[in-house]
Design a protein around this ligand. Structure first.
Ligand SMILES: [Fe+2]
Length: 320
């Protein structure tokens, strides 16, 4: 099955048509050669800085959300990630497919470590009744679900076979009748979803676009680590301009962005998850959090005690 659209072999106009056609028919498309190798190289260089250690008391580093998953804000990895996420050809295709303006609601850099078990099962991102948080007033209705409410994008940062993104072809047309998880689905329907699962093996720099309503997930268990940038664009006509948590960007990276790109980036968007509740902060619920917190709070204790003794000794000498 040919799901790859190679930018080197297609005109700009046909690129847009081809992306939309794949999304409509199959729910997924792999876009190749849209981004220069240097961009991917730069992102990988920054990756090595941001994924070397966990962020501890403000140090540059990642958040760990499970034994196998490390995450970071995508735009901290540099301007090239912004250029890719706000590429005008991609925005044009997504907005044409949605028949609406869109907002980049989420942008994360994710390292999924090799694993002998599945820790992130196949799912769909939306179903009737969906609400991301209490902050969202109205749950998603069936008539809203009939429109492409969200488009996801995965950027491969290395040639990816193990742990690649997989998508159940055409499943976006089912509209998740039994919810977002596969477990409650009748056996026949579940088998159909799994039989149509397509592994999107790809090269470094490939961008996979997919309709979030379809069933998808990483191919797990996986023999190798997987480094990706994951982006999620939501449909403004359905939700208004919403953003899961405002993006963390470096201010000097914004200088060359157009008005349209800033709008898609969420310049005037409403956040739907509080910063303190966002998935990156999950470690606060970990058993070791109070212990680590205590260690950090007392990391300068030796210096502090020295200062107290020194200070009080001076006072004592002055008095005597
Ligand atoms: Fe998802």
């Amino acid at each position: 099955m040919q799901l790859i659209v190679d930018v080197n072999n297609i005109s700009k106009n046909d690129l847009n048509k081809s992306i939309i056609s794949h999304l409509e028919k199959k729910g997924v498309v792999i876009i190749r050669n849209l981004f220069k190798n240097e961009k991917i190289k730069f992102i990988n260089q920054n990756w090595n800085i941001y994924f070397k250690h966990p962020s501890i008391s403000g140090s540059v580093g990642y958040s760990q959300t499970s034994q196998k998953k490390l995450v970071n804000s995508a735009f901290l990895l540099g301007k090239h990630v912004l250029d890719i996420a706000l590429n005008l050809d991609i925005i044009k295709s997504i907005e044409s497919y949605m028949n609406s303006e869109c907002t980049l609601a989420e942008a994360n850099a994710i390292l999924d470590k090799a694993s002998s078990y599945e820790y992130f099962p196949v799912h769909s991102d939306f179903a009737v009744g969906w609400k991301k948080s209490k902050e969202m007033k109205k749950p998603l209705s069936l008539s809203q679900m009939k429109k492409p409410v969200g488009v996801g994008a995965i950027l491969y940062l290395h040639d990816t076979e193990y742990g690649c993104f997989k998508y159940s072809l055409g499943s976006h047309k089912m509209l998740s009748p039994y919810g977002q998880k596969l477990k409650p689905y009748p056996k026949e329907l579940k088998n159909k979803i799994l039989e149509n699962m397509y592994k999107c093996k790809g090269l470094a720099g490939d961008l996979v676009l997919f309709d979030d309503r379809g069933f998808h997930g990483p191919d797990q268990p996986s023999l190798k680590d997987r480094k990706v940038i994951i982006l999620d664009y939501t449909r403004d006509k359905t939700f208004g301009s919403i953003i899961v948590e405002p993006h963390k960007v470096k201010i000097n990276d914004l200088s060359s962005l157009s008005k349209k790109q800033l709008r898609v980036l969420g310049m005037n968007a409403s956040p739907i998850v509080k910063s303190e509740d966002y998935v990156f902060t999950r470690y606060k619920k970990n058993l070791f959090f109070p212990v680590l917190s205590w260690i950090i709070k007392n990391s300068y204790l030796k210096q502090h005690i020295k200062n107290v003794i020194k200070h009080n000794l001076i006072k004592f000498r002055i008095k005597s």
